[in-house]
Design a protein around this ligand. Structure first.
Ligand code: AVJ
Length: 320
């Protein structure tokens, strides 16, 4: 007879945590922040005075929505990479007036809930959620086979990825959407370091709670006994790599186990939990171009803090 299972373990989470904590530079991929509590804390972050990206991008989308309408093909399918739970999605749907909307997300429950809520506001819109990992090429629903496609990837989520992985993702998106498709992508810009640091280390400590929640999640889901108070949130600007990094730093020598595996961290040692890359004017273009996307338009706010780019999937060329 099988032993009773105390809780369901996501083997991908367990493997990433066990390998990540044992790595020479301990790190856990940022995608594991988003359990229920983590998603709530991220929502709270987007409302913080210091966290400019969400409100800057949303205002910019509103501002360009009229112009956007004229640039998009009629009867298109909007394919969003992510669940589409944000306020940005309705702005694009009102502008593009697509025939279909396809949100893609790895979390099925969350996806169906937000797709349903969104669909209610757009009667007549064909809403076709797809539960999948958009890091890989995805087969789109047959209903949109004949429609032109607009990919939508807001939030500078691309910034979580190092350049090599970002190009892999953008290439997978091109394969998913097909040649001649368009992509509307939000990318956060390089700016004053003090502004960046405040955005990732807010006065109210919400970002700290978001970062530390990863340890609570490990304890709860992977049978860990990490003393969470032995770690503190750290946000640093890595200038040569043009990114904000978030770390969890041990404030004292600490030992614990996760899923039966022992770990020890000396005071001052860190677990690297997130990268958030920031892009210069040329950086965003070269990243997109490396994956076969040609930028046709770029919009930015008055302070040039955030960019929305429209790109086209280019046909392959033989030379040079
Ligand atoms: C959701 C990846 C765009 O990098 O700004 C916010 C996540 N981390 N505060 C970002 C995040 C800390 C966010 N992204």
């Amino acid at each position: 007879m099988d032993a009773p299972v105390a809780f369901r373990v996501d083997p991908a989470f367990r493997d990433d945590v066990l390998a990540g904590l044992a790595a020479p530079i301990p790190a856990v991929p940022a995608r594991w922040f988003y359990d229920r509590r983590g998603s709530e804390l991220f929502e709270e972050i987007t409302r913080l005075a210091e966290y400019y990206p969400t409100r800057t991008e949303t205002a910019l989308l509103e501002k360009i929505s009229g112009e956007l309408a004229g640039l998009l093909p009629a009867g298109a399918a909007v394919v969003e990479f992510g669940s589409g739970s944000s306020a940005k999605t309705p702005i694009v749907l009102r502008a593009a007036e697509p025939a279909a909307y396809v949100p893609i997300d790895i979390s099925g429950d969350f996806l169906r809930d937000s797709a349903e809520a969104l669909g209610a506001g757009f009667p007549g819109l064909l809403v076709l959620p797809v539960e999948a990992d958009f890091m890989r090429r995805i087969a789109l629903p047959a209903e949109i086979a004949a429609m032109p496609r607009l990919g939508f990837f807001p939030g500078s989520t691309i910034g979580n990825l190092v350049a090599r992985s970002a190009v892999d993702l953008l290439r997978a998106m091109k394969e998913t959407l097909g040649e001649g498709s368009r992509l509307l992508i939000g990318m956060d810009r390089i700016k004053d370091v003090d502004v960046l640091l405040a955005a990732y280390d807010d006065a109210a400590g919400v970002t700290a709670a978001f970062n530390l929640n990863l340890l609570h999640r490990i304890n709860a889901e992977l049978d860990g006994n990490i003393p969470v108070d032995a770690f503190r949130h750290r946000a640093i600007w890595n200038d040569p790599l043009s990114r904000i990094e978030m770390h969890l730093e041990a404030v004292r020598d600490v030992a614990f186990t996760v899923a039966g595996t022992p770990f020890a961290f000396a005071a001052g040692a860190t677990i690297h939990t997130e990268n958030s890359h920031k892009y210069g004017y040329r950086d965003s273009r070269i990243l997109l171009r490396a994956a076969g996307w040609g930028v046709t338009r770029e919009w930015t706010d008055d302070r040039e803090w955030f960019s929305i780019l429209l790109a086209e999937a280019e046909p392959p060329r033989f030379a040079p």
